[in-house]
Design a protein around this ligand. Structure first.
Ligand code: SAM
Length: 240
């Protein structure tokens, strides 16, 4: 495989949502991607398979124990003779974006640690390479953030998405929002598909889409646009 992802969670079944559907399922079946979802409880050694305890200091909730994570990590390195890149989904991390996803997609082996409750004992940071947040809000656990991150980064692994162009035209890839898409019927309740798209003139269609993409970005995401260097050709499109 091009990339192997290992996830540690107390709710491994949640990951069926990404592994059993669509392009990720296909990528797993074709061997491009390997996803191992491990149950954190399998790395406990006590009878009750405890993974959390009340936090020290009082008056805070349950905190996840570090031991099971470290036990997994040591075993992983021993077995693979390789240090994986470990991501900790956390509201404290850098906010996830296309660039971070692209960089992660280049790693051979990734590990995600899913926290719950108040999070994992702070000493987990000793084996974490990067903390990543999916936005300034708090979810109940690291499972959904991990799924979001995996889904986004896998789109950058060659072969996962059928057409390379479709990833490269998607929003954010080149600093712009995607152009507008239409399909049949050509007219619906009086709303017409822009005629140029029916013309078959590929050059004109490309220019039309580029202009649409730029205008949308200016109107909806001026923050993105402000950092974007337009080529002379693109600037000409805007004043046409
Ligand atoms: N006490 C933590 C705080 O206030 O920062 C929140 C813990 S949260 C309830 C439990 C777990 O969900 C976290 O350990 C983390 O793995 C995950 N999580 C919550 N919000 C997240 C976000 N915005 N991005 C990434 N992971 C998040």
């Amino acid at each position: 495989n091009k990339i192997e992802i290992t996830i540690l969670s107390i709710f491994p079944e949640m990951f069926n949502i990404i592994t059993n559907y669509g392009i990720i399922k296909k990528a797993i079946e074709s061997g491009i991607v390997k996803i191992n979802v491990l149950n954190l409880r399998d790395f406990t050694v006590d009878k009750h398979k405890v993974t959390d305890r009340p936090g020290y200091g009082g008056n805070n909730g349950m905190v996840m124990l570090v031991e099971p994570f470290f036990r997994f990590y040591d075993e992983y390195i021993k077995k693979n003779n390789f240090k994986p890149y470990v991501v900790l989904p956390s509201p404290e991390g850098r906010t996830y974006n296309n660039q971070i996803a692209f960089d992660l997609s280049k790693k051979e082996k990734l590990v995600f640690f899913c926290g719950r409750y108040e999070g994992i004992d702070e000493r987990i940071k000793a084996i974490v390479d990067e903390e990543i947040s999916i936005g300034d809000y708090v979810l109940t656990g690291g499972e959904l953030p991990t799924m979001v991150m995996i889904e986004v980064l896998l789109r950058f692994v060659p072969g996962v998405v059928g057409s390379k162009e479709s990833v490269e035209n998607d929003s954010f890839y080149n600093g712009l929002l995607d152009f507008s898409h239409y399909t049949k019927p050509a007219e619906f309740r009086g709303m017409k598909v822009p005629e140029i798209l029916l013309s078959g003139d590929h050059k004109k269609i490309e220019q039309f889409r580029k202009k649409d993409s730029i205008l949308k970005t200016i109107l909806k995401r001026p923050d993105l646009f402000i950092n974007k260097e337009l080529s002379l050709e693109d600037k000409k499109l805007l004043v046409e």
